[in-house]
Design a binder for this molecule. Structure first.
Ligand SMILES: [Zn+2]
Length: 209
């Protein structure tokens, strides 16, 4: 329990990571955990796509992302969202989570990036766009970078028949950056359909600096 300036007693906010009382601060983690996270807070270029990155893919973010995606630890979304909101707010018309295929969606039960995009959209007052679907059946594992790019270029499709409602400027939201091939292919796809500006934001990067 902590005492507020007015003298009333309020329950403390336990830190989502260490459970220690984090006091009445407007973030889900305590100062110590905040300091210890593998912050990146940098923009890297994947070819001509600017990707803002919140963290390096290192302990404990690697574990947190895994728990969030595969163990239904949706409570950890607050930490991931907090990391992304430490990046520069994108100057775009819409946020777009990298879509999962229907098969992957059934397997996981939810698209973790879309859930994050919705929270970010609320925080930043930017609409979340869901006009892209991803076709089933194309696995990327074991393919070369160029094979992956070619593969993914054929994977996305627009929902509906008209392109008229496409946003002009889009920020892609994804969890982990590895080769960036999916982000690049989705960017290529969007530009082919008239989106003029695409940038990306990811929670963590596996790339070597
Ligand atoms: Zn903590």
């Amino acid at each position: 329990m902590i005492h507020s300036a007015l003298g009333s007693i309020q329950p403390c906010q336990p830190c989502l990571l260490c459970q220690v009382c984090a006091a009445a601060i407007a973030q889900p983690i305590c100062g110590g955990c905040h300091r210890d996270l593998p912050w990146c807070r940098d923009t890297r270029w994947v070819q001509d796509l600017a990707v803002q990155i919140a963290f390096d893919y290192a302990w404990p973010m690697d574990r947190l992302i895994h728990l969030y995606k595969y163990q239904d630890r949706l409570d950890l979304m607050a930490v991931l969202q907090f990391g992304l909101t430490q990046l520069q707010r994108p100057d775009v018309d819409a946020l777009l989570a990298v879509p999962l295929s229907d098969a992957r969606l059934r397997e996981r039960g939810f698209n973790q990036s879309h859930e994050l995009a919705k929270r970010l959209g609320q925080a930043w007052q930017i609409p979340v766009w869901t006009g892209i679907t991803r076709l089933d059946g194309l696995r990327q594992k074991g393919l070369s970078r160029s094979e992956r790019l070619q593969n993914v270029a054929n994977v996305f499709s627009l929902e509906g028949k008209s392109n008229r409602s496409l946003p002009t400027r889009v920020a892609l939201i994804d969890d982990v950056l590895t080769t960036g091939s999916t982000l690049l292919s989705l960017t290529q796809f969007l530009k082919q359909h008239g989106v003029q500006q695409v940038e990306a934001m990811v929670i963590a990067s596996r790339q070597i600096k």
